[in-house]
Design a protein around this ligand. Sequence first.
Ligand code: ATP
Ligand code: MG
Length: 256
Amino acid sequence: MNKVIAIANQKGGVGKTTTAINLSACMAEKGKKVLIIDLDPQGNTTSGFGIDKSKIENTVYELMLDECSIKEAIKKIEIDGVDNLYIIPSNVNLAGAEIELLGINEKEYILKNAVDYISDDYDYVFIDCPPSLNMLTVNAMTTADSVLVPIQCEYYALEGISQLMHTIDLVKQRLNKKLTINGVVFTMYDGRTNLSNDVVATVKENLNTRIYKTIIPRNVRLAEAPSHGLPINIYDPKSAGAESYRSLAQEIIENE
Ligand code: ATP
Ligand code: MG
């Protein structure tokens, strides 16, 4: 089962949010019913779908603090041409959650207990993680069936990866026996540089895990889309970025 997929890498700016937004949108485009959970106080997934972070009543924060139900926290994405796509949004309030959850029983399972109620309603649930290995990321990993790891094609790509793999291992041993590594997806690949090719080769040599054949290219349309509040398949459906996320969605579906 690979229904609930956490997108995690504690390294900042590697393409977690870009992958979360565009992979979910491309899954939805293929007719899958998808929920995306923005588990990052930066709320970039939320704003990337054109949602005003300051105006939302129920976010993943209210959900985790038991101030609303999961059904109250889920919002339909309302973008022309987008169907089947739902979000639990986030904003900066979530930054305080770690402290507020201190001392709460089973705080590692708060998100999981909520998602278990509704996961049957969706084909896929993606969780966009913050760039740290904190209690929010642990909550994502106890909720998930598997972890998808975006790796940016740059010199320090492998930095922190062994720590991430160790964290996944610990969560698997102690908190969520079914957790697996879904795979690695390379992002921001620039075929004109040797560096991108070297990184891909090094990671393949060093990581004993599935590596998706689809490689996400560096594509300016992917960087522009969030400022228009649109996923890439709507913003520029024929761009290389859109094609690559469609292809990743297809690979993930075929891996079932
Ligand atoms: P954080 O750790 O802060 O949450 P992240 O891992 O979610 O970051 P993104 O926000 O997805 O990373 O990407 C970082 C920056 O790189 C953003 O400005 C994004 O628009 C840009 N970017 C991501 N992927 C691509 C790509 N394939 N081509 C061009 N720009 C990209
Ligand atoms: Mg992000």
